[in-house]
Design a protein around this ligand. Structure first.
Ligand SMILES: Cc1ncc(COP(=O)(O)O)c(C=O)c1O
Length: 378
């Protein structure tokens, strides 16, 4: 099966572990196991549970304990609506692989996580892109969405909150997307890996799985739960979708690691503490970023409403990859080029990776931009 290179992942693999100040990171600052236990009100003696754990394949679809804890993030989902996967990336791949066949019609927003258009394209689906534009605050144009749908539309792939723009469709907006999908009979796959990071309220916007009979939510432990190292995600979906996914999943997953399942359960059981920490980081750090953008003459953006990322527009006539490579070489600061996500002319910043990294990183970016402005005058 031929597939396009995954732009963002290639960029990350090449530079992520060599940069000094990582402003490409999209997770809320990752937790150590010790910090996780602290947040859960446990001490190191809790690790004794691992010593008696017999390393079988474990519960194939995810333990009951884990799936019940996942259900608590939704209003309508029961244990049989949940299957545990190898990260959200595994959840997304399984949904596309299960639901999309050659010749099917798929609509995907752009920008988004590249899986959502490159996997269906590789399967031979006809993929229409629904562009998210700055003029619309990076929200979908619903008239355009409706015009793209046909009776053959199998799947509409959205991402809420959105990476890389930080835009957020609220309940009413999602409801209108649902109406459009219902009219053509399409599934909605909503990648909700950033759910829980909204800048206001309790941080949680409604899940598509809870408001649409053909709604599918994918999510995981990496972003708001700060535990990417667990490589644990899930699908919340109607039972018939979970059953169809199970057939594919038997070929590529069997089960997730028992240790991952165990720590994910602990994390979800103290979710208020972890989410509280994440919201404090994302809210305080976005205030820092916002003040910086306001005072930075060469940068503009649409202020994110959620997630951990923002798309910055720079006022220089240069490809985003050159911008990012030069920035990295001269300052040690890592951004992600828009070109890696089919959004040339922008760079993506991840602002939730520790306030110290953000403050020092932005200072160096300002120096870099000042040099670019000077060079332009010469
Ligand atoms: C929108 C989106 N979906 C999925 C993923 C993959 O997440 P996970 O680490 O849970 O596999 C990412 C990671 O950056 C993402 O940004």
């Amino acid at each position: 099966m031929k597939i396009r290179e995954f732009g963002v992942e290639i960029w990350m693999n090449a530079f992520e572990n060599n940069c000094e100040l990582n402003l490409a990171e999209t997770c809320v600052q990752s937790l150590t196991i010790s910090e996780l236990l602290d947040l859960a009100g446990k001490d190191a003696s809790a690790l004794n549970d691992l010593l008696t754990m017999k390393m079988t394949y474990g519960a194939i679809e995810g333990s009951d304990r884990l799936r019940d804890n996942i259900c608590a993030l939704y209003t309508q989902q029961k244990r049989h609506n949940i299957v545990v996967t190898h990260g959200t990336i595994g959840a997304n791949a399984l949904i596309h692989q299960t639901l999309v066949s050659k010749g099917d019609h798929v609509i995907s927003v752009l920008p988004t996580y590249q899986q959502h258009y490159s996997i269906p394209e590789s399967i031979g689906a006809k993929v229409d892109i629904l562009p998210l534009r700055e003029v619309n605050q990076f929200l979908p144009d619903l008239a355009e969405l409706r015009a793209l749908t046909t009776p053959q539309t199998k799947l509409i792939a959205i991402n809420n909150p959105n990476n890389p723009t930080g835009s957020l469709m609220d309940r009413d907006f999602l409801q209108r997307v649902v109406e459009i999908a219902r009219d053509c009979g399409a599934y909605i796959l909503c990648d909700e890996v950033y759910r829980g990071t909204d800048q206001t309220g309790d941080g949680y916007t409604v899940s598509v799985a809870d408001i649409y009979e053909k709604g599918i939510s994918t999510a995981g432990m990496s972003k708001v739960f700060s535990l990417a190292g667990l490589r644990l995600g899930w699908i919340a979906a109607p039972v018939e979708v979970i059953k169809a996914v199970a057939i594919h999943r038997d070929y590529n997953t069997i089960s997730v690691g028992m240790i991952d399942d165990h720590f994910a359960s602990i994390a979800l059981e103290c979710r208020d503490a972890i989410i509280g920490r994440s919201q404090r980081i994302t809210r305080e750090n976005l205030a820092v970023l916002d003040a910086w953008v306001t005072g930075e003459p060469s940068i503009s953006y649409i202020k994110p409403k959620s997630a951990t990322v923002a798309l910055l527009k720079y006022d220089f006539d240069m490809p985003s990859r050159n911008f990012c490579v030069q920035l990295l070489e001269q300052t040690g600061v890592m951004f992600t080029p828009g070109s890696a996500m089919d959004m040339e002319g922008y760079v993506r910043i991840g602002y939730a990776n520790g306030a110290d990294v953000l403050v020092e990183g932005l200072k160096r970016v300002s120096e870099f931009l000042a040099e670019l402005r000077e060079a332009r005058l010469r």
